[in-house]
Design a protein around this ligand. Structure first.
Ligand code: RB5
Length: 144
């Protein structure tokens, strides 16, 4: 079976953490699609949120990881796109619940607020937890 493709995008505030999570995903055998940014130089998070949202909506990637300094700006940008369910989390448990209950397809982290161990735990939960369906299906469908 072909490896699942995971797209990543960040602004400068999430750049360093994106680089670390990219390595983590590659080491676990995922196909990685890095949509930038490619340095710590200042850029605008809506541009990177849109690129990641497009990759998810078009099916280029089945899941995504979005980052900015707080995680807030890129979450707002991502969730403007139909079919994108981006979850800003601060723990592995929230990441797991975002998959089980919300069928989130993008994990969002704040690069300036999230330590590497919490980020790795959240990434692992996000990549392995499954949507539970049932009553959650109706609710997710209502999101459009
Ligand atoms: C950039 O300084 C910062 O505003 C951005 O990374 C993010 O935190 C916005 O929500």
């Amino acid at each position: 079976m072909a490896a699942e493709t995971v797209a990543l995008a960040s602004d400068h505030g999430g750049f360093e953490l994106k680089e670390q999570l990219k390595k983590e995903l590659a080491a676990k055998g995922y196909q990685v699609l890095d949509l930038g940014t490619n340095s710590a130089d200042s850029v605008d998070y809506p541009d990177f949120g849109q690129a990641l949202a497009d990759a998810i909506a078009s099916g280029k990637a089945s899941k995504g990881v979005g980052l900015c300094g707080s995680g807030i700006g890129i979450s707002i940008a991502l969730n403007r796109k139909k079919g994108v369910r981006a979850a800003l989390v601060h723990s592995g448990l929230e990441a797991r619940l975002s998959r089980q209950h919300n069928d989130a397809n993008v994990l969002v982290l704040g690069g300036r607020f999230t330590g590497i161990e919490v980020a790795k735990d959240a990434l692992n939960e996000f990549m392995t937890a499954k949507f539970e369906g049932g009553r959650h299906t109706r609710r997710v469908e209502k999101l459009g």
